[in-house]
Design a protein around this ligand. Structure first.
Ligand code: SF4
Length: 343
């Protein structure tokens, strides 16, 4: 394990009934950093995040190493901010009582002291009138308040690592920014590293130090967030970025990644991205690329030096040729339009 890592993951594999959903993933989590895990649904982001906490679904088998093993220290040294705050909170207990229980699970304090710490934690995440709100039930909170209460619960013991699994997916833009701000403040206050699972590249740009791009259970690109976003070296990263509205050429369709990711049990031979990749060549269809060091990052692509700059052009021209095909209208019958996967 590298001396500058809080947590080190090596060759992590997660399978269900012998089918691998995460395939040989290696990365480190460094002190105080925000590491974003991005990729489309099914890329293995959430499974990877939950593996860090030892919270994989029943039936999952794993191999590889995660060091140190923090699964016995959940809440104390590593904690989870889940996507769905409502299901993370018990509906039949007051929010303050749940937070006080979380405090007492990691610290030997009286009920009165635990309750005072719970109210203080709610106050710190911006819950108005925290003492009164602590007596309310989760259904009496708004969605944004519930998510902030869960962040308070996840950070109340000052863990070294906070894992946030799509913490803003269910929120509108205003609450999304509020929750991310609270998460960043709490992370700073307790000096934690944050592993942030997200599909939102704007969140990555605004909040992440490094980004790990995943596709079909594997690492595609890993490096400093701004460098990866400004100049991606893997076609898949470029495809994700090309699908953002700001990359839409004026008056043209929004470029989008063609097709959908393969199911874990139905991977194509070679690079799993090959059927969707405009750069795919013969080697891509026979050999799965291993991550290699490229300019201070890791890139898994046989043809990364051939990516144009800006790399998003690759998908814009793909999108235009698809539009022309549809414009002719005779190659594709009704209902046969190629499936597109917005990101
Ligand atoms: S290895 Fe080939 S198919 Fe895979 S991303 Fe690179 S160019 Fe595309």
């Amino acid at each position: 394990m590298p001396s500058d890592a809080l947590l080190s993951v090596r060759d992590l594999r997660i399978a269900f009934d012998g089918v691998e959903a995460v395939r040989g993933l290696s990365f480190d989590v460094r002190p105080h950093e925000v590491l974003a895990l991005v990729g489309e649904s099914g890329a293995g982001k959430s499974l990877t995040a939950r593996a860090l906490l030892g919270m994989l679904p029943r039936g999952a088998t794993t191999s590889g190493t995660i060091l140190p093993d923090l699964s016995a220290h959940r809440g104390r040294r590593i904690s989870l901010v889940p996507q769905d705050a409502l299901s993370a909170l018990s509906p039949v207990h007051r929010v303050g009582d749940q937070l006080a229980a979380a405090v007492r699970s990691v610290a030997r304090v009286s009920r009165t002291e635990a309750r005072a710490r719970a109210v203080a934690a709610l106050d710190r995440v911006g819950i108005p009138d925290a003492a009164r709100r602590a007596r309310a039930y989760p259904h009496e909170y708004s969605g944004g308040m519930r998510q902030r209460a869960v962040i308070a619960m996840a950070t109340v013991a000052g863990p070294g690592i906070v894992v946030a699994d799509e913490p803003t997916t269910a929120l509108d833009e205003e609450h999304r920014d509020q929750v991310l701000r609270v998460l960043a403040e709490r992370r700073e206050a307790v000096g934690a590293a944050l592993v942030l699972v997200t599909h939102d590249m704007d969140v990555v740009r605004d909040h992440a130090d490094r980004v790990l791009v995943m596709y079909a259970g594997r690492l595609t690109e890993l490096g400093p967030a701004h460098e990866v976003l400004d100049r991606p070296r893997a076609p898949y990263t470029a495809g994700l970025l090309a699908s953002l509205p700001q990359h839409a050429p004026p008056g043209r369709r929004l470029p989008a990644l063609r097709g959908t990711p393969p199911a874990p049990g139905a991977l194509p031979p070679g690079c799993a991205f090959a059927p969707r990749c405009p750069l795919a060549a013969d080697i891509c269809r026979t050999a799965d690329p291993e991550p290699q060091r490229v300019e201070g990052r890791l890139v898994a692509c046989h043809r990364w030096p051939e990516l144009p700059h800006p790399a998003t052009r690759l998908f814009q021209s793909q999108s235009q040729s698809q539009s022309r095909g549809r414009g002719r209208g005779r190659e594709h019958g009704p209902g046969q339009e190629e499936e597109r996967q917005p990101v």
